[in-house]
Design a protein around this ligand. Sequence first.
Ligand SMILES: NC(=O)c1ccc[n+]([C@@H]2O[C@H](COP(=O)([O-])OP(=O)(O)OC[C@H]3O[C@@H](n4cnc5c(N)ncnc54)[C@H](O)[C@@H]3O)[C@@H](O)[C@H]2O)c1
Ligand SMILES: [Zn+2]
Length: 393
Amino acid sequence: MNDSTHSIIEDFQIAYTHRVYFTENVFARDNALLASTIQACTSAERPRVFTVADADFMAANPGVKSQMRGYFDHHHQEMQFMGCLELPGGEQLKNKPEHLEQLYRIIEQKQLCRHSFIIALGGGALLDLVGFAASTAHRGIRHIRLPTTSLSQGDGGCGVKNGINYLGKKNFIGTFTPPDAVINDIEFLKSLPEPRLIDGFIEAIKVALIKDSDFFEYIEAQAAALLLRDFTTIRKVLHASARHHVLHISRNGDPFELTSSRPLDFGHWSAHKLEVLSGYALSHGEAVAIGIALDCIYSHKKGYLAEAQLERILQLIRKFGFHLYDERLSQLTAEGQYIILLGLEEFREHMGGQLTIPLLRDIGHQFEVNDMDANLLVASIETLASWQATLHT
Ligand SMILES: NC(=O)c1ccc[n+]([C@@H]2O[C@H](COP(=O)([O-])OP(=O)(O)OC[C@H]3O[C@@H](n4cnc5c(N)ncnc54)[C@H](O)[C@@H]3O)[C@@H](O)[C@H]2O)c1
Ligand SMILES: [Zn+2]
């Protein structure tokens, strides 16, 4: 440092409270949770509240619109309801920047300020888009998530990330901004078609595999009840999954992912690439199921994971009806390279730093590697492909 250099270096901390609630009938007049949560999050008098809702969810739950209006009418002395915008749900929402622009325009027109609230009511894709708009307009509007899918109630909705897809890359633009609160209404899940309901179970299996063998055993034991849509059991599983995700964020010392370690992304490096390769025809849950299967087989071929454990895992994933293979896993570039393997470098680039991939040593025990053997990955893909072929002969 030369004589003309002077520094001012100060540390400061910002405390966050991560509130994740489970309830039923959030818009019932006698359910005070949402109103009291809004009041707990601001000292502003009669804050403005605007809702953005998933159109598919609203179509499947025609009563919610009037219930929501009734709720805000009932609480009009505590908050000003500024209306509700419906947007189409699903991944395509994150692919179109015009939806983001539409949200910014509404925020401006409705004069929503940093003490106003945007409530996002929908699946993970809508939550990601609305969360990003809320965290960037005016450098941050208050934001409450009401997830309506099992995947977003037990996983994504309880996190601190948001974002949209850009330049053909998933979640290329986004921020780490904890929502002011997350309210999981189990009633919302009742309209989910089977393939979307099971998506939440795969993220529960993922977190069980990396952190909690007892939870894995519980999911195994309750698989039939989960498939029969026993919502008491579904709530227990999603609650445990959400709890693991929240505790990981709050207690593991890296809530905004500044290091390269990413255990919660077990099975996700290939899943993200598969989703893009399929043009999002594969749901996040379907892609994650295949990604987990691939990394489990790789863990086994590398000698880390015993065969009996591998079989248990794959059996459970299959029991829920997930495929373990998709032909896009075997798609080649013009030069004959497996396109899916490009997902490794894209994953590294997105996460930053050194390539860090979680693998399994046992059910409930993950560890990380900084290198993946391409030949062994190809062999793992071939194993999945040959099993798939056997199933269909
Ligand atoms: N931010 C994070 O940390 C994080 C974590 C995991 C996943 N995600 C993201 O979440 C997205 C996937 O979310 P998802 O699995 O919730 O699916 P989704 O948001 O794509 O929704 C799936 C479909 O279900 C519809 N839908 C939603 N709720 C419904 C209901 N109750 N009844 C009937 N239909 C309903 C939607 O309109 C959509 O058509 C992906 O973009 C993924 O990247 C984000
Ligand atoms: Zn995921």
